[in-house]
Design a binder for this molecule. Structure first.
Ligand SMILES: *[C@@H]1O[C@H](CO)[C@@H](O)[C@H](O)[C@H]1NC(C)=O
Ligand SMILES: *[C@@H]1O[C@H](CO)[C@@H](O)[C@H](O)[C@H]1NC(C)=O
Ligand SMILES: *[C@@H]1O[C@H](CO)[C@@H](O)[C@H](O)[C@H]1NC(C)=O
Ligand SMILES: *[C@@H]1O[C@H](CO)[C@@H](O)[C@H](O)[C@H]1NC(C)=O
Ligand SMILES: *[C@@H]1O[C@H](CO)[C@@H](O)[C@H](O)[C@H]1NC(C)=O
Length: 247
């Protein structure tokens, strides 16, 4: 057995504790990766400790405004309405009496369109918040705001944010709230999402070659050539490939 001096043991212990704190730290940072907040809740690292919170129009049954740590603490219930404890109770802010006067229903505070342009209004348990719609963001990096004078939703320039967003076969054109990819010659847009990546066009589907020649598709273009056993009798070159004739 190798003897270790006390300072070596202390140093080893110190390194282990650093290592452990890195592990713990990573766990905290990556809390949202295994999004285990449970139903009607979502994970948000911004909240720090309790990274779980009920989704809009849900609140915590026991502790309406607070965040929580994981799915086992999830007690999110719908907050569209709540039953009054006694008939004489007034509804809390953001709610109004509804139906049989025993119930308070959430007021649609979004109906007055408080958020302004390029933004979406979300109801939030008697309250509301605004978010820039997709393709737009607040320059200060915040995700939520409360009223029109805080609305500074600016177009995201997707072309600048990711210079390879259109891939090697397209050039990016930024538009308000969106972007398009303009394809190089010989490339076209995919069927599923025609603003996105450019794919090779199979020109041979259009039978561009002479009917005596065969068509060979390749990336970005195609060629016409004579099948084996045939020879070319026209003097066309590939630049003029549709005129290649074989016999
Ligand atoms: C809330 O959670 C339940 C159970 O997972 C789900 O069926 C329901 O659609 C959720 N409601 C909303 C508004 O997301
Ligand atoms: C995180 O927890 C610490 C200690 O329990 C507490 O002092 C702090 O306020 C909490 N932070 C948040 C954002 O809840
Ligand atoms: C949540 O907190 C806000 C202020 O922090 C308060 O105005 C509101 O009434 C609270 N909502 C509930 C349901 O307790
Ligand atoms: C959920 O969080 C509580 C409080 O932090 C903790 O005691 C419990 O072990 C956690 N449960 C799981 C499954 O992570
Ligand atoms: C940039 O866009 C390309 C193509 O859409 C994508 O594959 C890549 O992951 C993006 N890069 C970043 C950093 O988002």
């Amino acid at each position: 057995m190798v003897k270790r001096a006390p300072w070596q043991l202390a140093a080893a212990g110190f390194l282990i504790s650093i290592f452990q704190s890195i592990l713990v730290h990573n766990e905290a940072v990556n809390k949202c990766l295994n999004d285990d907040c449970g139903k009607n809740a979502s994970c948000d690292n911004d909240y720090g400790n309790g990274s779980c919170s009920c989704e809009p129009l849900f609140w915590r049954e026991t502790n309406k405004n607070k965040t929580f740590n994981n799915g086992s603490e999830n007690d999110c219930i719908s907050c569209r309405f709540y039953m009054k404890v006694s008939e004489n109770d007034a509804c809390i802010a953001g709610y109004r009496l509804c139906q049989d006067d025993r119930k308070c229903c959430v007021i649609n505070s979004c109906s007055s369109k408080p958020c302004g342009r390029h933004a979406i209004c979300h109801l939030d348990c008697g309250d509301y918040f605004c978010q820039c719609r997709s393709g737009f963001q607040l320059p200060n990096g915040k995700s939520r705001f409360k009223n029109m004078n805080e609305n500074n939703c600016k177009d995201i320039d997707e072309c600048k944010q990711n210079v390879s967003i259109c891939g090697p076969r397209g050039s990016c054109i930024n538009t308000e709230g969106d972007y398009h990819c303009k394809c190089k010659q010989g490339y076209g847009k995919s069927f599923k999402d025609d603003r996105k990546l450019c794919r090779d066009i199979n020109e041979c589907n259009e039978n561009p070659c002479d009917k005596t020649a065969s068509c060979n598709n390749y990336e970005g273009s195609y060629s016409c050539s004579c099948p084996s056993g045939y020879f070319q009798y026209s003097d066309a070159v590939q630049e003029d490939k549709t005129k290649i004739k074989c016999k």
